[in-house]
Design a protein around this ligand. Structure first.
Ligand code: NAD
Length: 555
């Protein structure tokens, strides 16, 4: 085990059924914390960075060691409190209470900007928790793959007769999240050109079979893309370089691009490569001259976004993929930045109205057979859902597990609780060999306030109302989740979002079954009520059909 050290070292969650803690709820938290930092899972594990720019699982190695130590002795009626990646207390609670409560990166409104955040981070007082990094339910690139697959399927349905065959998508960013883009496009039968300035990201996506080939240069990338497009053959092409330079060049060449988006780490200007900076100098430059770097990164983003708008003007389908690049470009003075929409209002909101969102689970045994058994259970539970079946089949065939085997699919209100209860029965009857951890992303229907992403352009204008994620966290605590978190700044950056997460452990006990039923009903229920409140007819229908109580519609 890892205690009494305090520097970088490889971390990997235990497998199997031997516990190093007082119970499965604590063991699950310990394994998922470690799994987030598994070198197979994390983008930069030595820096405790899991994904999403600088999204971390622990504030520093001493805090990591203290969390491990504490989880190993934590009792069934105790709760560990984590303040931005550092364990700050253990309180006596009760067996229905979460074993861990986390609050990450939260700042008071007027102070909620990157500059102040970095100052406090530098003092060792906070860390950036992103979404599932600081809440210990990141499962590698698969997590985003499902959402990205759904989004591109929605683009295909909206504009290309239901398939991306014969189209070329241009995007950038092949990091922890962005790395899902090439596979999501080819799963929809399209061609993708994916730019990244970091060769290791391109290599990693090829190694994991998320990306098919790497082009030698821009011209080569276009040749490969056009050839595959003409044959209606799916193909994803990696291209090394700076998107702020290459996207405008492609526009100037009049490249035949049908769809444009982006998933560079634009939410954090210190993680976006400015024009004229060598990638290998980027980290030092950002650390040494953050203000100058930020200005140059924003200027580069303005060029990038201007070219995206240029593609839209030429008829391409263009959308912001939730990284705040429009906001950053606007800060650099580019006035047309918001000419293209965010992906949530464009494609995802109708799903949110049904309480749908990225439901995910991981097998604590470490045995892929356990996930195969759960895949089958989900297909048996929802036989009428064709798109779910298509996804589960492709995921089973094509998804390379990173760290503990895991699965994700989008399920809504009235579905997640069924799946969760079934999983708990499977643990109880030995169909799977160890408990399962059930959680979700924070990119979700009812647990996020994020005006550039999840709550962009809400019908009633309530985009920035952040009571909803707080209510979500409280209801998950009250319902029996195993760990619950409240974060600020995930996805789109400091000052731009507040969101909550929950993870619940199916350990096969009756108590776990009761908790799961409540948590996995109430958590997606927040999505339904949030959208009813904002005036979405679809959410009202779902509430009526599925019996979600809305006091303002009663009496
Ligand atoms: P990451 O830091 O792991 O990867 C970002 C990648 O962008 C890196 O590989 C980096 O080399 C590359 N990059 C930076 N500047 C570049 C430039 N100028 N040109 C080319 N490549 C450049 O981040 P991630 O986890 O992949 O997340 C990417 C973004 O997507 C973040 O802003 C994140 O908040 C956002 N995000 C979106 C969703 C969604 O559902 N749409 C979900 C989670 C995160």
């Amino acid at each position: 085990m890892t205690q009494h050290q305090s520097g970088p070292r490889p971390v990997r969650a235990a497998r199997g059924t031997t516990l190093s803690t007082q119970g499965w709820q604590q063991e699950a938290a310990l394994r998922m914390l470690m799994n987030n930092l598994d070198p197979e899972v994390a983008e930069h594990p030595d820096k405790l960075v899991v994904y999403g720019g600088t999204g971390k699982a622990a504030r520093d190695w001493r805090s990591f060691d203290a969390m491990v130590r504490t989880l190993q002795t934590l009792k069934q009626d105790e709760t560990m409190l984590v303040q931005s990646g550092r364990p700050v207390g253990v309180m006596q609670t009760h067996e229905w209470a979460p074993r861990v409560l986390l609050a990450n990166s939260n700042l008071v409104g007027d102070w909620a900007n990157w500059e102040e955040f970095r100052r406090l981070e530098h003092l060792g007082l906070t860390m950036y928790g992103q979404m599932t990094a600081g809440s210990w339910i990141y499962i590698g690139t698969q997590g985003i793959l499902q959402g990205t697959y759904e989004t591109f399927a929605a683009v295909a349905a909206k504009k290309f007769n239901g398939t991306l065959a014969g189209t070329i998508t241009l995007t950038a960013g092949l990091g922890g999240m962005g790395g899902a883009q090439p596979l999501a496009v080819t799963m929809n039968d399209g061609v993708a050109i994916c730019i990244d300035c970091d060769q290791t990201r391109i290599d990693r996506r090829i190694e994991h079979r998320y990306l098919d080939v790497e082009a030698k240069n821009l011209k080569h990338a276009l040749e490969l893309a056009v050839e595959a497009r003409d044959q209606r053959r799916p193909l994803s092409i990696g291209l090394l370089g700076n998107a702020a330079e290459l996207v405008p060049q492609l526009l100037a060449m009049d490249a035949p691009i049908d769809i444009v988006t982006d998933q560079t780490s634009a939410h954090d200007p210190l993680a976006y490569l400015p024009i004229g900076v060598d990638f290998h100098d980027m980290a030092n430059y950002a650390a040494e001259k953050p203000a100058e770097f930020t200005t140059r990164a924003r200027e580069a983003m303005a060029k990038h976004v201007e070219a995206m708008v240029g593609f839209q003007d030429k008829g391409a389908e263009v959308f912001d993929y939730g990284n705040s690049i429009r906001g950053e470009a606007q800060l650099a003075g580019y006035t047309r930045a918001f000419d293209f929409p965010g992906f949530v209002p464009a494609y995802i909101r109708p799903l949110f109205c049904e309480g749908k969102g990225p439901f995910r689970w991981a097998a604590l045994s470490g045995d892929p057979k356990d996930i195969a058994a759960t895949d089958k259970a989900v297909l048996d539970l929802f036989p009428e859902n064709e798109s779910l079946a298509r996804w589960m089949k492709m995921a089973g065939e094509r998804v390379h597990f990173q760290g503990l085997p895991a699965r994700i699919c989008w399920l809504g209100y009235g579905e997640r609780d069924k799946a969760g209860e079934r999983f708990n029965e499977m643990v109880a009857d030995g169909t799977v060999s160890a408990p399962l951890v059930i959680g979700r992303d924070h990119l979700d229907c009812g647990s996020v306030a994020s005006p550039y992403r999840e709550t962009e352009a809400m019908l009633d204008g309530s985009d920035a109302i952040a009571d909803w994620p707080l209510l979500n966290a409280m209801v998950n605590v009250a319902s029996g989740a195993s760990w619950v978190s409240i974060h600020h700044g995930g996805g789109v950056g400091i000052g731009r979002s507040i969101h909550a997460g929950q993870v619940t452990v199916a350990d096969g006990t009756k108590l776990a079954g009761e908790k799961i039923r409540r948590v996995l009903t109430n958590d997606p229920g927040m999505g339904v009520i949030r959208h009813v409140d904002a005036g979405y007819d679809r959410a009202v229908e779902v509430a009526d059909e599925r019996g979600v109580r809305i006091p303002m519609r009663e009496g």
